[in-house]
Design a protein around this ligand. Structure first.
Ligand SMILES: Cc1ncc(COP(=O)(O)O)c(C=O)c1O
Length: 401
């Protein structure tokens, strides 16, 4: 047996990856499985972005680059922050990594020590607590309520902050709920944070462009300029431009933090992939119609899924402000028994039985820190969503007790 490091031993295997893996195994056995577990757009990357990567390849842009991003991409990122968020960052205040995930990893690994605390509202994106643990620090989970729109209340934030708090992680619109903080809600959180000058703020804005209806996206560094010098504003091309496989994420923040993150990256991946960086320049600087077209499609799918799930007795599905997930409550189904004889005591019992008995893969709420819920990704076709919701309805209709 090969002993793993103490820091790795603190980390859980990714529950979302495990859910997808089980679905793949069943498919390999010849089972008819519909997966609602993928956290990525089903669209193809826009043509002009692919063309830019091909041109970069043909133009010999195939070598190492500056560790935290080519100047052209930093300029495109700076222009994006100015254009869309009213934020001015110099190139020294911008970093580019191999996906938003690496940028978050760099920020936390570069700043956390054992005993430090990181405040994370639940439900949260599955990777946050584990990256914090890997860095040797402690996640401090603050549960939110569905009735409060899954949003962190200012007094709950205040209560969670201690002298050991190094970071607060915010994600809006969020994974797994799709909840988005309105400007006034961010301002109320900022009021608390301004009283705690030692706390850094990570605003994970990766779903910025997938926002619906009357919801207007806002980000803390812009809402509360007093926080700008200790806020890392994180974004990326994965979700916005259907570029998950290209692995480019970026952030703006204080130069000192950005330099520390760049140092770490130079000793890990050296630099983000050169061709992907040129593709990201094209995504940020090229035509932006893709964003509104994709958003309109997601919105239609959101309405479809919310309506179908809310028609199922025992399931309560709030209407999210953004992202491409819903996070319905299944409180009303606890204690019941499925047609296949499985008793549902937890949300994992529910998703396990749903997969085995109806061939629908979704991720259980405990993975995201708030139960009993399950996460549905609706980044898939209307036909698949209709079929999946019909199976969930049949699954619940077959329950007794
Ligand atoms: C909330 C959130 N942040 C960050 C990421 C990371 O995205 P990427 O590393 O593809 O940029 C994801 C991906 O699922 C996410 O859901």
């Amino acid at each position: 047996m090969i002993p793993v490091s103490e820091s790795l031993a603190r980390v859980r295997p990714s529950p979302t990856v495990a859910a997808s893996q089980r679905a793949r195994e069943l498919i390999a056995e010849g089972r008819d499985v519909i997966s609602l577990s993928a956290g990525e757009p089903d669209f193809d990357t826009p043509r002009h972005v692919k063309d830019a990567a091909i041109a970069a390849l043909e133009g010999g842009k195939t070598k190492y680059t500056a560790p935290d991003g080519i100047p052209e991409l930093k300029a495109a990122v700076a222009a994006k922050f100015r254009r869309e968020n009213g934020l001015d960052y110099t190139p020294e205040e911008i970093t580019v990594g191999a996906g938003g995930k690496q940028v978050i990893f760099n920020a936390l690994m570069a700043t956390l020590n054992p005993g430090d605390e990181v405040v994370i509202p639940a439900p949260y994106w599955v990777s946050y607590p584990d990256i914090v643990r890997l860095a040797g620090a402690e996640p401090v989970i603050v549960e939110t309520e569905m009735a409060a729109g899954f949003k962190l209340a200012p007094d709950a934030l205040e209560a969670a902050i201690t002298p050991r708090t190094r970071w607060v992680l915010l994600n809006s619109p969020g994974n797994p709920t799709g909840a988005g903080y309105a400007r006034a809600e961010l301002a109320a959180l900022a009021e608390v944070l301004l009283r705690h000058p030692g706390v850094l703020v990570l605003s994970d804005d990766i779903y910025e462009h997938i926002a619906y209806d009357g919801f207007t996206f806002a980000t803390p560094a812009e809402v509360a300029p007093g926080l700008r010098d200790r806020t890392l504003t994180l974004n990326g091309v994965s979700k916005a431009y259907a570029m998950t496989g290209w692995r480019i994420g970026y952030a703006g923040g204080p130069a000192e933090l950005i330099a520390a993150m760049g140092k770490l990256q130079s000793q890990s991946t050296t630099c983000p992939a050169a061709l992907s960086q040129w593709a990201a320049v094209a995504a940020l600087e090229g035509p932006q119609e893709f964003l509104s077209e994709a958003c309109a499609t997601y919105r239609r799918r959101r309405d479809l899924v919310v309506a179908r799930l809310n028609a199922i007795p025992g399931v309560m599905c709030p209407v999210p402000e953004g992202a491409f997930y819903v996070y319905p409550s299944i409180e009303g189904l606890m204690g019941r028994t499925t047609a296949g004889g499985r008793r549902i005591e937890t949300d994992q019992d529910f998703t396990d039985a749903l997969l085995e008995e109806q061939g629908v893969a979704a991720v259980f709420g405990a993975a995201f820190g708030l139960s009993p819920h399950f996460r549905v990704s609706y980044a898939t076709s209307d036909a698949v969503l209709e079929a999946a919701c019909a199976r969930v309805a049949a699954f619940v209709a077959g329950m007794r007790g």
